[in-house]
Write a protein that binds this ligand. Structure first.
Ligand code: NIG
Length: 383
């Protein structure tokens, strides 16, 4: 079956050859893009929809979320807004609520947040374990997530749970826990930060994951300067996420590597941290992604549009750079940049239509829900 979207006022493709087209059209065939070009040259299709001058872009690729959780941390957020600092230890509150929740409750939480994201233009979601922190709960987190999101990351090394010393817990993560979870996940991640795991513990976790064939991701440089970025680059991680505190040498390391700097502006705002200078990373030659980091502690939002608006208004990105980072950049962070986050023949037909004539409105009209309709793998999933 073919579907023609025509009269697209502005089409962002993220390809080098097509770039941004005006008065454009595209054809989806089943779950793939089959053709892109001027509206005036559009081929016949089984059905057609006029977008009446609206802008269209690839669906958001949210490459960093923590959706397997239970419970609520409104009180912690309130205390923070009254001046308390954010601490990694808050994760323990969600661990205990998550362990007490049933499978059905956890699945409902994941599904609810994925649906919320899709209704705002997100068409690809990565999520992490990390609120189980024992073998049965990390295993069920991965298993439940796998049936509800696009890909799953094992974050057993999120925090040292109470009752454990760090080195013994790292042995558990690298041994029995990894054995149990590995069949359900594509990535392994570690929170390399004071109060979580140091550089040598983090290196051990990443090496164990790599030995099992998992790709590597790192939470680093979130709460202070530290070794996370350096370690991620040294180990060939696909991305290092947060990057709130970067030295010049961190920026240089990122620029000379294949490791994507994934920035999480909603988290920085919600934890009252500074916002990183995205333009400095781009100027140096680093690849930047934007993601929501949706989780109940440090960043309780699924809104990629909010991240894009913040990146433009506060992090020196142009709208085009921010949109690219929230689509193609996320795809690159997940090593899927030829398939998603891009609109070209053969790519997955993930199209986000805005109720606006251009992507500039995402920053020009911050906070306004601009999603008109969303196609995921060729299927209309929100309108
Ligand atoms: O990405 N940095 C560590 N993990 C999450 C926070 C989780 C929490 O506070 O519950 C993050 O911000």
């Amino acid at each position: 079956m073919t579907l023609l979207l025509t009269d697209i006022g502005e089409l962002t493709t993220n390809t080098d050859d097509l770039g941004t087209l005006t008065n454009a059209a595209l054809v989806m065939e089943d779950d793939r893009i089959a053709w892109i070009g001027p509206s005036s040259a559009a081929p016949p299709a089984d059905s057609a929809v006029s977008l009446e001058g609206r802008a269209a872009l690839p669906g958001w690729v949210d490459s960093h979320t923590h959706l397997v959780f239970a419970g609520d941390r409104t009180a912690e957020f309130g205390a923070r807004m009254a001046g308390a600092p954010y601490r990694a230890g808050g994760i323990a509150t969600t661990v205990s609520a998550t362990r007490s929740a049933s499978d059905a409750e956890l699945s409902a939480v994941i599904a609810r947040h994925v649906a919320e994201a899709v209704s705002q233009g997100t068409t690809y979601v990565e999520t992490k374990t990390g609120y189980g922190l024992d073998v049965p709960n990390e295993l069920r987190s991965a298993r439940l997530a796998l049936s509800l999101v696009d890909e799953v990351t094992f974050l057993g090394a999120h925090l040292v749970p109470s009752g454990w010393d760090a080195d013994s817990y790292v042995d558990l993560v690298c041994g029995e826990m990894l054995d149990a979870v590995a069949p359900y996940v594509r990535w392994i991640d570690v929170f390399c930060e004071t109060g979580a795991f140091d550089a040598s513990q983090s290196r051990a976790v990443l090496a164990a994951g790599a030995a099992r064939g998992l790709g590597l991701r790192v939470h680093g440089n979130q709460l202070d300067y530290g070794p996370g970025v350096r370690l991620a680059v040294e180990m060939g991680a696909a991305s290092v996420d947060h990057c709130t505190y970067l030295t010049k040498s961190d920026v240089d390391d990122l620029a000379s590597s294949e490791t994507v700097a994934t920035l999480l502006p909603a988290c920085d705002l919600s934890t009252r941290q500074p916002l990183p200078d995205a333009q400095a990373l781009l100027n140096a030659g680093a690849t930047v992604a934007l993601a929501s980091n949706c989780n109940p502690g440090s960043s309780y939002t699924t809104s990629m549009a909010f991240c894009v608006a913040t990146a433009v208004l506060q992090m020196r990105m142009s709208v085009q750079e921010a949109v690219r980072a929230a689509t193609w950049g996320g795809a690159r962070a997940l090593r899927r940049e030829n398939e998603i986050g891009i609109l070209k023949p053969g790519a997955r037909a993930d199209v986000h239509v805005l109720d606006a004539p251009s992507i500039t409105h995402l920053a020009y009209r911050p906070g306004v829900p601009l999603t008109h309709s969303v196609y995921r793998a060729g299927e209309l999933v929100s309108s």
